[in-house]
Design a binder for this molecule. Structure first.
Ligand SMILES: N[C@@H](CCC(=O)N[C@@H](CS)C(=O)NCC(=O)O)C(=O)O
Length: 302
């Protein structure tokens, strides 16, 4: 699944339309980058007296010194702004208050430099000291790793039974719900589909449209499973607080806006509740995805 998704997204990013698509996201994107930068703690400020004595030159020197001594972010995250796979980790990193820096990998995932580190050419990808190969991809694995490493039990419970439910929800999402979401939305998002599927073939547009509609219709069942089984009357899969499985689910559902999918009432309330609970941590990365969707919809309507 990941392999196919990768191929699709890469092709999309290679298209000139894809390049344009980053433009509307640029504003929100710039904000997100600033937020990430802010998380890097700066060094000690220059003594007041020095700054006062020669305001211009000393201020410059002070800011240089500050930049030099600024702590390097602990985690580097390579990401693509319009992607909900990436949005997932971007939301999590912010919500967990992790010291991280984002690099926009648009158009770079198949460069020799990137491939040398990550032969799967997938984002999100983190670089973190201590990882045996230096890098890690797959959104859920990244969240699990960072939650384990930093003891973030609020997002990823330690108790085996509770943790198993979060894991099950995430595997179910990646293995069952996401492929339907991709088949239903990628054509509208301008992302080519998986090799071997109708959407990827030379089939006539009516056949492709039939396949897209069938995938959209198939979303309802797994979606309901998240509601009735995993949430089971709780506000979130994680209970009273969103877990990493909730972040993964809410981000995934963002893509459905591109096909005006009629989300059931519970899902609308659920997404609003996550955004309310996580605030900017959710809204900032979501605004990149939403801006991209608004852009492709405007293009389609033009
Ligand atoms: N299952 C993976 C999917 C990752 C994925 O498909 N990433 C795409 C963006 S949505 C990508 O980086 N594609 C770039 C490429 O393949 O060159 C996850 O959840 O992280």
């Amino acid at each position: 699944m990941a392999k196919a998704a990768t191929k699709g997204t890469k092709k999309a990013s290679a298209k000139p339309a894809g390049k344009k698509a980053t433009k509307p996201a640029a504003k929100a994107a710039a904000k997100a980058t600033t937020a990430a930068k802010v998380s890097a703690k700066a060094g000690k400020p220059a003594p007041k007296t020095t700054a006062k004595a020669a305001p211009k030159t000393t201020a410059k020197a002070a800011s240089k010194a500050k930049a030099k001594s600024a702590k390097k972010p602990a985690v580097k995250l390579s990401m693509l702004r319009p992607s909900v796979n990436n949005m997932t980790v971007r939301v999590f990193a912010r919500a967990a208050g992790l010291d991280h820096a984002e690099t926009d990998a648009w158009g770079l995932t198949r460069t020799p430099e990137f491939l040398a580190r990550n032969p799967a050419h997938l984002t999100p990808m983190i670089e973190d000291k201590g990882l045996p190969r230096g890098v890690l991809w797959e959104s859920c694995a990244i969240m699990q790793y960072l939650a384990n490493k930093h003891g973030l039990e609020k997002f990823y419970p330690k108790a085996p039974a509770k943790r198993a439910m979060v894991d099950s929800a995430m595997f179910y999402l990646i293995g069952t719900l996401y492929p339907y979401v991709a088949r239903a939305t990628y054509p509208a998002l301008g992302f080519p589909q998986y090799a071997g599927e109708v959407g990827h073939s030379d089939a006539q547009p009516d056949k492709k449209s039939e396949a897209q509609k069938a995938a959209a219709a198939a979303i309802a069942e797994p979606l309901e499973v998240f509601h009735s089984f995993f949430r089971d009357g709780k506000p979130f899969i994680g209970g009273n607080n969103p877990s990493i499985a909730d972040i993964r689910l809410a981000a995934t559902l963002e893509f459905l806006a591109v096909i005006d999918y009629a989300l059931p009432g519970w899902a609308q309330d659920y997404m609003a509740a996550i955004e309310k609970k996580l605030g900017k941590a959710y809204a900032e990365p979501a605004s990149d995805v939403r801006a991209y969707i608004a852009h492709v919809k405007a293009q389609a309507g033009a």
